[in-house]
Design a binder for this molecule. Structure first.
Ligand SMILES: *Cc1c(COP(=O)(O)O)cnc(C)c1O
Length: 435
């Protein structure tokens, strides 16, 4: 598999280099040089395959020999070891549940696959990999649990004191083994600044092999295509093939993977990009001008992104042809009040609890149907996290109806292992050098 940078389509790297670099030197994003369509026969018979069979087929097709098939099969089976079911809410509406992995968010697909891909390349006698991650919540948990026990890797997670939920904190701090958590007396931006500075520090780079594991990594994007194919397979079994996906979007990695799946031949009628009031993309669709803005805090905080890091990749997929992009993608945005209303309506109508991110994707389906008068397609909204990760959202009957998954029960009572640091680079550097 060859990849180019969105800033330089003429220079290519191989898959391994793209995975370890995460981002090209020129600050573009890696794109597959070729996105071959899957054979029509596979798509026609996709309903006969399981999630891992589909995942292996799709991965080996796009990765084109970058990892030998037997090894890739093992990686897929280890990484995607939890289900991604579609649940029917009414005649034409389904929810695709992506929160059955260890960290209870869809980021498990990307983080688990990427960690095993990195682990695979490390086993071939590479120097130990030091993964540094700053998190405001979901990413840290998925990366920590993704890398837990992966040989030859050491993960350091920085999170802001008092700003992650109780479940998220447990996921970050109770792992031990090759995972270390640092509570920073500061904000998420402080955490991110410390990590960024570490990557440019010559002493640290001389001593360690640092990598960032962030959401733009190509090895996080590829596995996120799997569940779109698998959702289609499940619906095909029910005789439904006229499909719309509504995706709660922040950095646009999830919907970017959906569009990649579509480019590979997955029949999708429409994608809906649903955002909170951080509406850089919906306003671009409306005005034609792309204006990044500082992010604003909302209830759906994993989508508080003012300058989506994967947007360049999506534009590149469409060769900057906004008209073609708008034929397949529609975008809507919603505020916190609407988010709360949607949580209540979904519960009243279906006795189903959605997390605030998922609520936004559900709302967008209603608006899409209203705007387009489309009353025949089957709409699927992606449930990106389990509601128990956001306990402050719910009260009364809704709160009482949330079942706490086993993954969380196991964490309760485990000792919290965390190091507390002030937001000062010298202290962070000293910690890395001495531990
Ligand atoms: C990360 C995240 C999102 C946003 O996904 P992107 O790929 O950044 O668009 C949505 N919901 C939840 C729960 C998340 O953790």
């Amino acid at each position: 598999m060859k990849l180019y940078s969105t800033n330089n389509p003429a220079a290519f790297v191989d898959f391994k280099e793209a995975v370890f670099n995460s981002m090209p030197q020129d600050k573009g994003l890696y794109m597959p040089a070729s996105i071959p369509a899957l054979d029509a026969e596979f798509i026609d018979n996709i309903d006969q395959f399981s999630l891992t069979e589909i995942a292996f087929k799709v991965a080996s097709h796009i990765m084109d020999g970058a990892i030998p098939e037997a090894d890739l099969k093992k990686i897929v089976e280890e990484a995607i070891n939890f289900p991604a079911p579609v649940n029917q809410l009414d005649e034409k509406t389904y929810v695709l549940e992506l929160f059955h992995g260890p960290s209870l968010a869809f980021k498990d697909f990307g983080a688990r696959f990427m960690s095993r891909v990195m682990g695979y390349f490390m086993e071939k006698g590479e120097k130990m990999l030091n993964v540094l991650v700053a998190t405001s919540g979901d990413t840290g948990g998925a990366v920590a649990l993704g890398f837990l026990g992966v040989p030859n890797t050491l993960v350091t997670i920085l999170y802001p004191k008092g700003k992650v939920s109780a479940v998220q904190e447990l996921q970050l701090t109770t792992n031990g083994q090759n995972i270390r958590a640092i509570e920073i007396d500061g904000t998420f931006d402080d955490c991110q600044a410390l990590v960024k500075q570490a990557f440019t520090d010559s002493e640290l780079n001389a001593k360690f092999r640092l990598t960032s594991a962030n959401s733009i990594n190509i090895a996080r994007l590829i596995p996120q295509t799997f569940y779109y194919f698998n959702a289609y397979a499940q619906l095909k079994r029910e005789g439904k093939t006229d499909i719309i996906f509504s995706v709660p979007s922040g950095n646009f990695g999830n919907i970017g993977a959906g569009l990649l799946a579509w480019k590979m031949g997955l029949p999708v009628k429409q994608f809906i990009a649903a955002t909170n009031i951080n509406d850089t993309v919906p306003s671009f669709f409306e005005t034609g001008v792309y204006t990044p803005k500082p992010s604003v805090a909302t209830l759906s905080n994993a989508m508080d992104v003012g300058n989506p890091s994967n947007w360049v990749r999506i534009m590149n997929l469409f060769k900057d042809d906004t008209k073609a992009l708008k034929e397949i993608v529609t975008a809507y945005s919603y505020d916190d009040e609407q988010t709360r209303d949607a949580v209540n309506i979904v519960y009243d109508d279906f006795k189903y609890v959605v997390c605030p991110h998922t609520a936004i994707a559900w709302m967008a389906i209603g608006q899409y149907r209203y705007d387009t008068k489309d009353d025949t397609s089957t709409a699927v909204f992606l449930a990106t996290a389990h509601p128990c990760k956001f306990p402050d959202m719910y009260e009364g009957e809704i709160k009482a109806s949330i079942t706490i998954p086993e993954q969380v029960k196991e964490l309760l009572g485990k000792p919290i292992l965390t190091v507390k640091l002030m937001a000062e680079f010298d202290l962070f550097k000293q910690y890395l050098l001495e531990n």
